[in-house]
Structures are given as C-alpha cells and as structure tokens.
Design a protein around this ligand. Structure first.
Ligand code: SAM
Length: 274
C-alpha cells in the first residue's frame, strides 16, 4: 500500500502544505493528509523516489519547476459535472441573458468568465445555455473565458470530448442540438467551442484580461482557500465585473464577512453593487 511504502513525516507535510498555500492558495490541513499521501504517492513512484523528503528536495531545486506543475495538478480537486447546480443555468437563461440582450445593445458585447472551470463541463453548460438563449446574442461579440490552474484539466476541457456516463446531466434537447458521438464518446459541437477560450490561469497570480465581465462563475473553488485569499479574490472579481455584473458561487460558499461589494439576488447568485 502507498501509505506503507512512503512515510510522510510532519516536516515534509508542512513543507508541501506551505508550497500549495503559497502557489495556489489551497489550504491543506491535517484532514487532507491521507489525500495528499495517496495523490503524491503516485508521483513518487513515477519519479522513482523512495520518500517524501526526496520529493520535497526535488521541488526546492531550480530543476523542480516542471515537477511543481505536476505537484499542483496532483493536489487540486477537480470534481465537476455538466449543469451542476442547475438553478444557476436556469437563472442565466431566465434572467441574465434576456437582461444582457437589452442592456448591452449599445456595445453588442457579452463576456462571461468561468474561473476554476476544471475539465470544462461548466463553460460548455454556459455555452449551451447561451446558444439556446436570446437569438440576438448569437450575432454579437459574445465570448466565454474558461480558466484553471491545473494544466491537465484545461487540456481535457479544450478537447471537448467526454465519456458517455459523464454527460447524463445534459438535458436531452441540448445533447441533441449541441453534441455528437465519436468512438463512443460525446463531443462538443463547434458552435460551443467557438464561444469558449480555454486558458491556464492561477487565480492568485496576475490576470492578463482587462474585462469588464458581465458574469463571473467561480463555483466550488474558494472553498479550498483561506479567508484572506477569498477577500483579495472577490475584491478583484468586483473590479473586473461591470458595475452591476453577476457573480455566481458554489453551493457551500458565501460572501459573508468576505466582501460587501455584492448583493445576494438569488441562490448563491450575487450582483455587484460597489
Ligand atoms: C471542484 S473544481 C470546480 C469546477 C467547477 N467550477 C464546478 O463548480 O463544477 C475546482 C477547480 O478549481 C481549480 N483551482 C484551485 N485553485 C486554483 C487557483 N489558485 N487558480 C485557478 N484555479 C484553481 C482546481 O484546479 C479545480 O479544477
């Protein structure tokens, strides 16, 4: 068993936790120890190392930059699903898109950001909702930016190919209209892919885009961050949103004590007010 093969000493766990915190903002407390052990045991085996101290040393050396990427990819939690928290897509279709179709008529421009998009199910769900939304938007300059820190999930997302059993939550009408089958897998149609730009981005680092965004989805990402990191992040989101733009967060997240720049307007749906 991995646990028996590679002992994870306290000092190494502390070093790895600090590195994840400093690099990605992700908090790894004692409860995550077994998770880290299991995930990184695979890296140790792949690298032919015999203990976590050697792995820490590798990460500390200048040649460890490549491994830092693998390390971060190994410790992110990427669980996601098409139309996860379906009420958000219902709100996007019923309230946000019709309102943008009126409010943005002067610029004919719409920008949506899926921040922490994992393997892409979230941005493709946004794209399907958009493509099935107000007809006028399809003639406008409409773009979805989809970003994640984990280079593996972003590469998967950009391919737009999913195993059948991962697509059961796509409504039938959307599946027929926006996807096709290839070699037993479900493939996203070009109509969706053309709407989305995928990019690797660390939410803690600099952001190259200037916005403004109409809507930001950042769902089930900050749950892994500590309060000071959340405070900084939501302030940056507010700065990058239009003055009355929407922010959509995950079911177990909230902005209480984090920022007063948003008003709650729906279930985990906020609007910028400051
Ligand atoms: C649980 S998934 C959420 C996916 C999707 N938003 C959803 O709700 O279904 C969290 C994602 O956040 C990403 N993430 C974690 N820390 C990040 C950071 N500092 N910058 C960018 N993405 C990060 C992870 O790689 C992971 O793919």
């Amino acid at each position: 068993m991995v646990q028996e093969q590679f002992a994870l000493e306290d000092k190494d766990f502390r070093k790895l936790s600090k590195l994840v915190m400093d690099t990605a903002g992700i908090v790894l407390n004692e409860r995550k120890r077994a998770f880290i052990h299991g995930r990184l045991g695979r890296r140790l085996r792949a690298l032919g190392l015999s203990n976590f101290s050697q792995y820490c040393r590798l990460l500390e050396t200048s040649g460890g930059d490549d491994e830092l990427r693998n390390f971060i990819n190994a410790v992110t939690t990427n669980h996601t699903n098409f139309f996860r928290e379906a009420h958000h897509f219902d709100y996007l279709a019923r309230v946000i898109l019709p309102s943008l179709a009126v409010d943005n008529a002067d610029t004919e421009r719409v920008r949506i950001w899926s921040a922490g998009c994992s393997t892409g199910e979230e941005p493709y769900s946004i794209a399907m909702t958009l493509a099935a939304g107000p007809r006028i938007l399809l003639d406008w300059n409409v773009k979805i930016l989809a970003t994640d820190l984990d280079t593996n999930v972003i590469a998967h997302a950009a391919q737009g190919v999913y195993e059948m059993d991962r697509t059961t939550s796509i409504p039938d009408t959307h599946r027929k209209r926006f996807t096709r089958m290839r070699d037993g897998n479900v493939v996203m149609n070009d109509e969706l892919c053309d709407l989305i730009t995928f990019a690797h981005l660390n939410l803690l680092g600099p952001w190259p885009m200037s916005g403004p965004f109409d809507v930001i989805f950042c769902r089930n990402v900050v749950i892994y961050f500590d309060k000071p990191t959340q405070i900084r992040l939501f302030d940056r989101y507010a700065n990058l949103l239009k003055p009355d733009g929407w922010l959509i967060i995950g079911h177990s997240e909230n902005l209480l004590g984090v920022t007063d720049r948003f008003d709650l307007v729906g279930r985990t749906i906020y609007r910028r007010v400051k």
